[in-house]
Design a protein around this ligand. Structure first.
Ligand code: SAM
Length: 373
């Protein structure tokens, strides 16, 4: 498709996208609908990565789609996330993981509506990416009300140029104590302390909370900054979409799991010290996503994954456990007993749904969960 054809066509496609978001019940605010109809997504996503998903659900990059590809404009104005960048996982130079995208329009709309933005409010977005969401916010509130931050300086530079080409000049330099609303288009595993410092008392923060690179377990969290401006409290919401995890540095998509480097002798010693025991608690306990989320908040240093009829756990100190139908095998500290402890606490509280949990965030961003009792 030529540039002239795209110029003629995009408004009709943008209007169709708005119609589809409305029909899905993900967009009801008229001003937001006008912003989606008027901001050209294709200018923020001049190209994206085509994904091929194999039978086991694993997605690999299968080329780049740009304005010359027949599917380009239809895809750009559809309710899809468009992957725009991959980066390796730290310590695994061959691995490539999504590190930036233009988020799904329905999820963007949902998040913005949930924040009940009103004229006069100042909003900060974390995760500028392509700049498309920032452009929607600028169209909605005026660019003087919008600040957007991005960990990757190359992405930020391109986004700022694209925004400027449409006449939007949001700030990229947050001012402490200034914002009425903060939203992130990346997931976090704790609330960044800067967000608490940047927000005003009474401000609302909305973000996706999940363990790094985990698409199974997570929740949206909506927080209100307390009157003293130093901490926040709020509630979890069932996630209405998930986001890629926050990066710690621009060079890597994911920090990877830090395991101690073990010598051959240490491996040998550990294999000989493998312990086994029985447990009344079955691995299926982790099929309850709410329990998985609670366990993660109680033991953030323990990684776990369910597979076949087992669950495997590992910790930064090298402890390892596998629980299955025949009992528990373990090395190092007894990680399964930690699951048993958290489960007992979970049951005492009556296994409450995540929407009833109480969330408190300290000034350093640490997020603590209290179960209602
Ligand atoms: C889903 S993409 C952003 C979508 C974007 N809002 C848009 O409309 O194109 C998530 C973005 O968050 C950025 N990001 C990741 N970790 C971050 C962090 N710690 N601080 C700021 N931005 C971060 C990524 O580089 C990526 O560009």
């Amino acid at each position: 498709m030529s540039g002239a054809e795209i110029d003629r066509e995009w408004r009709r496609r943008a209007a169709e996208l708005v119609g589809s978001l409305r029909r899905k019940g993900r967009l009801s605010d008229e001003r937001l609908a006008a912003a989606f109809a008027e901001v050209p997504r294709h200018l923020f996503v001049p190209e994206f990565l085509r994904l091929e998903v194999d039978a086991s659900g694993f997605a690999a990059v299968d080329g780049v789609v740009d304005g010359t590809s027949p599917e380009y404009l239809d895809t750009v104005y559809s309710d899809q996330a468009l992957m725009t960048q991959t980066k390796p996982v730290r310590g695994q130079p061959e691995s490539y993981v999504w590190s930036s995208s233009s988020s799904m329009p329905s999820v963007m709309a949902d998040m913005i509506e949930e924040l009940e933005l009103a004229p006069g409010m100042r909003v900060l977005e974390s995760g500028t990416g392509t700049g498309y969401n920032a452009a929607i916010l600028c169209r909605l509130l005026g660019d003087a009300a919008v600040t957007t931050v991005e960990i990757d300086p190359d992405l930020l530079r391109s986004a700022v140029e694209r925004l400027a080409a449409l006449g939007f000049q949001p700030s990229t330099k947050p001012v402490p104590g200034s914002y009425d609303r903060i939203l992130s288009t990346h997931a976090v595993d704790d609330v960044p302390a800067e967000w608490i410092a940047w927000a005003r008392p009474g401000a609302v923060i909305l973000t996706d909370l999940r363990p790094p690179s985990n698409t199974q377990i997570g929740a949206w969290v909506k927080l209100v900054i307390e009157a003293d401006g130093n901490c926040a409290s709020g509630r979890l919401m069932t996630p209405r979409g998930y986001f890629m995890s926050a990066r710690k540095v621009p060079e890597y998509a994911d920090d990877g799991q830090r395991q101690p480097e073990l010598t051959l002798e240490e491996h040998q010693r550990r294999a000989e010290s493998m312990m086994t025991r029985g447990s009344a608690l079955a691995p299926e306990v982790f099929d309850d996503e709410a329990f998985g989320l609670y366990f993660w908040r109680c033991r953030p240093g323990v990684w776990f994954w369910r597979h076949d009829r087992e669950v495997t756990l590992t910790a930064d100190d090298g402890a390892w456990a596998q629980a299955g139908p025949d009992g528990v095998r373990m090395l190092g500290r007894d990680l399964w007993s930690e699951v048993e402890e958290v489960f007992a606490d979970w049951q005492r509280a009556g296994a409450p749904p995540i929407t009833e949990w109480i969330v408190r965030v300290a000034a350093d961003g640490h997020l603590a969960i209290e179960l209602p009792r």
